[in-house]
Write a protein that binds this ligand. Structure first.
Ligand code: HEM
Length: 119
């Protein structure tokens, strides 16, 4: 009946994209990137990306988690990317143990040591 659709209208079902599909969106006309197993359509953001278009085009259609983290994007930038979120990477293509890198996140004892040396 009419009221049965009410709750559904507010819940967006999560969309899953195969990496193969993401890879097709690899140019300025349609530019998707994967960051930590999440898919972002940054086509409309490309021209206003403060880091420029070239770096983004280099990652077009790719898994860009490491390049994104390595830049040391601000928390504002991380929040901003959620505006471009379109879905999740398909289960078969997901990167295992894909954690966001932060300066306090020490993956290995060597990494920890190098951080200590910096301090
Ligand atoms: C949805 C995805 C992205 C968003 C929302 C985003 C947003 C931003 C923002 C807001 C800045 C300004 C500095 C800051 O606040 O951190 C920035 C800078 C930058 N971004 Fe992105 N970015 C994205 C993806 C990428 C990717 C995939 C790369 C590839 C390496 C990249 C490379 C850079 C670089 C090199 C800078 C300049 C850093 C600097 O001047 O110190 N960004 N980005």
């Amino acid at each position: 009946m009419a009221d049965s659709g009410q709750a559904k209208a507010q819940e967006e079902p999560v969309k899953y994209y195969a990496l193969k599909e993401v890879e097709e969106h690899n140019n300025e006309k349609s530019l998707w990137v994967v960051i930590h197993n999440k898919v972002y359509d940054v086509t409309m953001f490309l021209a206003s990306h403060p880091g420029g278009e070239a770096v983004m085009l280099e990652q077009a259609g790719k898994i860009a988690s490491e390049p994104f983290d390595d830049v040391g994007h601000s928390s504002d930038a991380k929040a901003l990317k959620e505006e471009h979120y379109i879905g999740e990477l398909a289960t078969a293509d997901r990167v295992a143990n894909d954690k966001e890198k932060t300066p306090n996140y020490n993956e290995t004892p060597e990494a920890k040591q190098s951080w200590c040396q910096l301090l």
